[in-house]
Ligand binder design. Structure first.
Ligand code: EPZ
Length: 420
């Protein structure tokens, strides 16, 4: 059933909002549960489509997974890799990192090539290279990836690029069994540190996450228990940019400010007043912002690509011209065509968007075509003059748990309706 968001823009935002656990932390943690034969409870989980898809994968391979009142209970005692079917893993990108856990526990995996998505091809060559460094035989044939981990051992992996998913996959592949795995040029994202903490809580031996060198010492097995993942720094930053453009004052908690420094710095340069709290951020904005000369997306701790559309939407109605450079994905400016329908003045050439700020955006009928671009359109519509209709809400639901409720809590006039 298609749904759309109806937004009446122009209101200032006021209020307090607490974000749940980070989508990009919970997804690898769910995959990690495959390595344990005991019950595991993951708290503060958002009810979002990508998590439901991972739950489907756990159930389809013979595990149990139940999300109730924000706690996800997973038990993979009866998981069986023979049940991993092609259509199952082609459904979401995140499925690629079930490879590592399945190989760690069962030494065999056979999954379909995860498709690309709206923002890019999403190759997995670094994942495959890393698994091969651990002695795993990988055959790619007919859209399938067949991995034979009978000779799985420790190894040294030198990543060409600090890929988040590849780092997570290799960390998990090295978690069970003998040998030591060293990952160099590893991704440093906070979600990688969260995965290390989770693996160690369950009985694993990983250290170095957050630096460029991660060492994983294989152990015999993992136990169970309960864990509360990291708060969602991207969701929190999304709400901050919306307050920035709409104007107002808000307190966004549940994600530590030090994990958002790159975004907070740009919000300050644009003219927002930012106060760091111990588990969140207070923002005050006049709604009249100025341009930020240049924003370049980088691996953590640089400016996060997952916050590129949101800050572009905010600067589309700022005073002056901003240059946005998207270094991570090849197709992450699609949403700008929708912002232009709202009156934005943006020119995109390859990986660069030149954003010439206009006085105010105006409401329009726009279409969300990917997760973070869709969230950016919601923030833009809230700060715009007049009414907007946003279709393609399913893209936004992949990563935000009822985004309309969050913004309504901050005073926005927004509702979800079924598209007739
Ligand atoms: C994770 O994706 C996140 N997803 C993405 O968030 C995020 O944008 C990305 O990291 C970067 O921070 C999850 O954690 C589920 P990468 P991932 O491997 O692991 C290239 C969102 O909106 N690459 O660090 O796929 C790749 O093409 C999503 O929440 C290879 O070339 O990101 C891209 O250009 C979007 N070969 C770059 O690296 C590989 O084998 C970054 O990819 C793997 C990646």
């Amino acid at each position: 059933m298609n749904e759309k968001l109806i937004i009446s823009g122009g209101r200032r935002l006021e209020g307090e909002l607490r974000v749940t656990a980070a989508k990009n932390s919970v997804l690898p943690l769910i995959a990690c549960c495959i390595m344990s034969e005991e019950e595991i409870h993951i708290h503060n989980c958002p009810q979002i489509a990508d998590i439901f898809s991972m739950i489907d994968i756990i159930r389809a391979i013979g595990g149990s997974a139940e999300l109730k009142n924000g706690t996800l209970s997973v038990n993979c005692k009866y998981a069986n890799p023979q049940l991993v079917t092609a259509d199952l893993t082609s459904s979401i990108r995140s499925s690629v990192f079930i490879l590592g856990p399945i190989l760690a526990r069962f030494h065999y995996a056979d999954i379909s090539y995860p498709g690309g998505c709206e923002i890019g091809l999403r190759p997995i060559d670094l994942h495959i290279y890393g698994l091969k460094c651990l002695g795993i035989k990988v055959t790619e044939y007919g859209g399938m990836i067949i991995c034979d981990g009978d000779n799985k051992r420790g190894g040294v992996v030198e990543l060409d690029f600090p890929s988040v998913g590849a780092t997570e996959n290799i960390m998990m592949a090295g978690t069970l069994g003998s040998g030591v795995t060293v990952i160099r040029n590893a991704a440093r994202e906070p979600e990688i540190v969260d995965l290390q903490n989770f693996i160690n809580y369950l009985g694993g031996k990983v250290h170095g996450a957050g630096t460029g060198v991660i060492t994983v010492e294989g152990v015999k097995s993992l136990g169970g228990g309960e864990y509360t993942p990291l708060g969602d720094r991207i969701a929190a930053a999304t709400y901050l940019t919306a307050v920035g453009s709409a104007g107002g004052r808000a307190q966004i908690t549940g994600a530590q400010p030090e994990l958002m420094y790159a975004v907070l710095e740009k919000l300050k340069r644009a003219g927002c007043e930012i106060t760091e709290l111990n588990d969140g951020v207070r923002i005050v904005s006049s709604g009249k912002l100025h341009a930020v000369h240049k924003i370049e997306t980088q691996p953590f701790p640089g400016y996060p690509t997952d916050m590129q559309p949101q800050i572009t939407a905010m600067l589309a109605a700022a005073d002056g011209t901003s240059f946005i450079v998207e270094n991570m994905f090849e197709n992450r400016f699609k949403y700008t065509a929708q912002l232009i329908k709202m009156g934005a003045n943006i020119i995109v050439k390859d990986r660069v968007a030149v954003v010439k700020g206009v006085k105010k955006l105006s409401g329009a009928l726009v279409a969300a075509e990917d997760l973070r671009g869709g969230a950016a359109l919601v923030a833009a519509a809230i700060g715009a003059d007049g009414d907007s209709v946003i279709t393609g809400v399913r893209h936004i639901d992949r990563g935000y748990d009822k985004i309309e409720n969050a913004f309504a809590l901050l005073g926005a006039d927004i509702k979800r309706v079924i598209e007739n």
